[in-house]
Design a binder for this molecule. Structure first.
Ligand SMILES: Cc1ncc(COP(=O)(O)O)c(C=O)c1O
Length: 402
């Protein structure tokens, strides 16, 4: 929807930081009219023409806390993207992509990086680089690469997954126990994956010492180690450790620019130079080679340099939200570590989702009685208190009597 309004009255510039971005005719309980600005009116018109009814609500909710992937490029980012110097990156000739890859390699402490369209592709290319059909990959329970990538690991690499530990965490002993015996009938345990932060468990940070132990054990038992660091930026912010320290020892690291950092597209797979060369080939085979990709890389570079430090605000906002919801009877909040709030409720989660939506806040149900709320740059700011208040009311309304 963003491009419809780009260049027409500079909607981003006129939107104050932290203010609701859009409005809803289907949210009677909030003063929608006061939140309408030119941008919103424009979106509403486009929406009315293109989409009807319920779907409109999802497009024009005022606070969207379903994910940190819903962010829209800021004005500064759009300008950086518009100005980007470009070339054909499939030929390896896009200077902005090269700059991004060098910067990301530096930040993760790896020799090289490869720009790819998505976090999913970075994970899948890692599997292809490390594994052969029939291999087993040991992952944390609920791992993104095993549960949320449409079965791609089985389809492209021909691997199977062994999910270990709880809440996104496992230690060297659990890994040791999961490694298959060297028997002709057993799959080869080839790779271990750490996910930091862990999405499914509510943005949990993988403790650095535990990761070190896992990597050492893996290498000692001839397994490679991949880090799904889609939100490694959040883990670095939460632990106060440099990103490179959290990536140390891993053979490959996937990082995303389109989560809390706020870029519209992109991820990178970081590794040594030889692995990058193989990964580039896999990227081509998967159709992930992009031509004048510098326009996207410029957004990612801008995100790294200008929108990384503010992740601290997202974490503070998530803690605040967690405290507020934790005080509602019938809601149990998992301790908040980064930008996600995971809440178990005593009623069907969809009921809470609907009550929140009616009050102008979108949240996600991640289980029959579990919700996930994610803070990010499009919602965190002075207006965020209104979202917290609306959510507390929605939770109280649905959980009354629990
Ligand atoms: C931990 C993790 N890894 C990978 C991905 C995939 O990223 P993408 O949506 O860019 O494919 C996600 C997406 O949310 C994620 O949470």
């Amino acid at each position: 929807m963003q491009n419809h309004s780009a260049g027409k009255g500079a909607p981003e510039a006129s939107r104050p930081y932290g203010q609701p971005t859009t409005t809803l005719s289907c949210v009677p309980k909030l003063p929608a009219s006061s939140l309408l600005d030119r941008h919103d009116v424009q979106l509403a018109r486009i929406g009315n023409a293109a989409v009807a009814g319920e779907k409109l609500c999802y497009l024009f909710a005022m606070f969207d806390l379903r994910s940190d992937t819903v962010t829209r490029p800021t004005e500064g980012m759009r300008q950086a993207m518009a100005r980007a110097e470009v070339g054909d990156d499939v030929y390896g000739e896009d200077p902005t992509v090269r700059r991004l890859e060098e910067r990301v390699a530096e930040l993760t402490g790896k020799a090289a990086a490869l720009f790819v369209p998505s976090g999913t592709m970075s994970n899948q290319i890692a599997l292809l680089c490390h594994c052969r059909p029939g291999d087993e990959v040991i992952v944390p329970r609920g791992a993104h690469c095993a549960n949320y990538e449409s079965g791609a690991g089985a389809a492209w690499s021909g691997v199977q997954f062994a999910q270990v530990g709880e809440d996104g965490l496992f230690d060297a002993a659990a890994l040791d126990a999961a490694i298959r015996p060297d028997a002709y009938w057993a799959p080869h345990s080839r790779l271990v994956v750490v996910e930091n932060t862990h999405n499914r468990s509510g943005g949990r940070v993988f403790p650095p010492a535990q990761a070190e132990g896992v990597v050492a054990l893996a290498h000692g038992r001839c397994l490679a180690a991949h880090l799904d660091g889609a939100r490694i930026w959040n883990a670095a912010m939460a632990t106060g450790r440099p990103v490179s320290e959290l990536c140390a020892g891993f053979d490959t690291v996937g990082v995303c620019f389109s989560k809390g950092l706020g870029a519209p597209v992109g991820a990178a797979l970081c590794s040594d130079a030889e692995t990058r060369a193989r990964a580039r080939r896999w990227r081509k085979m998967l159709g992930g080679g992009m031509r004048q990709a510098g326009i996207l890389a410029a957004g990612a570079l801008y995100a790294i340099e200008h929108q990384r430090e503010r992740l601290a605000d997202d974490h503070a906002a998530a803690r605040l939200l967690g405290q507020a919801l934790g005080a509602v009877a019938g809601a149990r909040v998992v301790p908040v570590e980064t930008n996600m709030v995971s809440v178990a409720v005593d009623v069907p989660a969809e009921r809470v989702v609907e009550a929140a939506r009616r009050r102008g806040v979108l949240v996600g149900a991640t289980g029959p009685r579990r919700l996930r709320l994610v803070t990010h740059l499009d919602v965190v700011g002075p207006g965020f208190a209104a979202a917290v208040d609306a959510l507390v009311l929605a939770f109280r309304e649905t959980l009354a009597g629990c």
